[in-house]
Design a protein around this ligand. Sequence first.
Ligand SMILES: Cc1cc2nc3c(=O)[nH]c(=O)nc-3n(C[C@H](O)[C@H](O)[C@H](O)COP(=O)(O)O)c2cc1C
Length: 427
Amino acid sequence: MHAGHFARRISHDGRSGSSLPGVAEILMGVTGGIAAYKSLDVLRILQRHGHGVSVVMTHTAERFVGSASFAALSGREVGTHLFGDSEQPGYHHLDVNDGKDLMLVAPASANTISQMASGSATSLLTSCYLAFRGPVVVAPAMNTSMWLHPATARNINMLRADGVHLVDPESGLLADGAVGPGRLAEPTAIVDAVEAVLAGGSAGRDLAGTTVLISAGGTREPIDAVRYVGNRSSGRMGWALAAAARDRGADVVVVQANVDLPREAGIRYVDAPTAAAMRDACRAEFPGCDMLIMCAAVADYRPIDAASGKLDKSRADALTVQMERTTDILAELSALREDQVLVGFAAEHGPEGLERARGKRQRKSVDIVVHNDAAVEGAAFEGADNIITIIGPGESEQALPRMSKRQCAERILDAATPLVEALPSGA
Ligand SMILES: Cc1cc2nc3c(=O)[nH]c(=O)nc-3n(C[C@H](O)[C@H](O)[C@H](O)COP(=O)(O)O)c2cc1C
């Protein structure tokens, strides 16, 4: 078997995928990690969406999942060797790349990421990468220590700088029993990212040259030295927006309140744990941004005169905490805006919420308000998904089905980016 056989497309439904709109030919690289078996799922979902998938594997990947599984599912030969011998065929990387619209590496081991970052091309997979001229999506997976190692962070930053689209790993229980970041993103999220890149084509970096300011998380307003009034916001929506804006080429600043999620490369973070701190930080960053997305859940009220020590519970049976209104940051910045696009969030509760969100958009003079109903399971706080309605720009309104927060982020940016392009400054 020679390279020509590999390059020939034998898609599962017998047609060449890339000739159909929205359907692509994908080269999927699989590397040696415990999550290699999940790439079988990625492959199946890509196929279900109509894409043609050809697989190349590193030698180590073959120790985790046999190439026969990928060959059977893809209906194509699987590339493993650069040089053939009497036992194994060799594949010419240029032939392998031929006709492919996008390269995906999932899972991407720390080792392969390092090779890709340095331009080393000792395997078929890394040779393909170095010779590949289309967009590349990389989904890393490794244990937390490897992921957090400065060398890996450095390599990831280099890949980003080279224009590679990263699908960041999730936090959770890993194969070694530890809990932390490093787990391969869900196969559906990887496919979402691939399709978002395909949809963007060469304009995938449509926010290049712009600065996007995003507030994320939930503020905590002190009652005393140890207690606070807070909310359930996890920061996931803001994190997804930040990653999406960064991947579309923006300089991203996140003003974050109490978010316990791993910080990502290529994003600048400013800590602002209270409503007052968030107001100060947003005001300081606002003049330099082209787009503001206020996604944080900022307290509407804060206790007046928080006690400097810890309140003594033996003093009384009941405690009354007097609260005062905080500043409405979005309304304040809207009044200050010169040449910027403003996106607000409205986490409303119940059936009248959508109407309140529409009113909020009018009242605060913002371009887009993203409504989510905190009363609906699977929407708004904490989870990986959201159910949103994008109100604006203009008279438009998009009620979207439940989808991952990353997908929501892409749809929000799809709506807001044309407004940035239309700014007088032409940002
Ligand atoms: C059981 C086992 C599990 C491993 N899991 C991972 C992993 O999830 N991520 C990773 O980066 N490396 C992992 N490694 C280490 C890689 O297999 C090793 O770095 C290898 O050189 C990667 O080769 P490749 O990048 O050419 O596929 C694992 C090793 C073993 C023995």
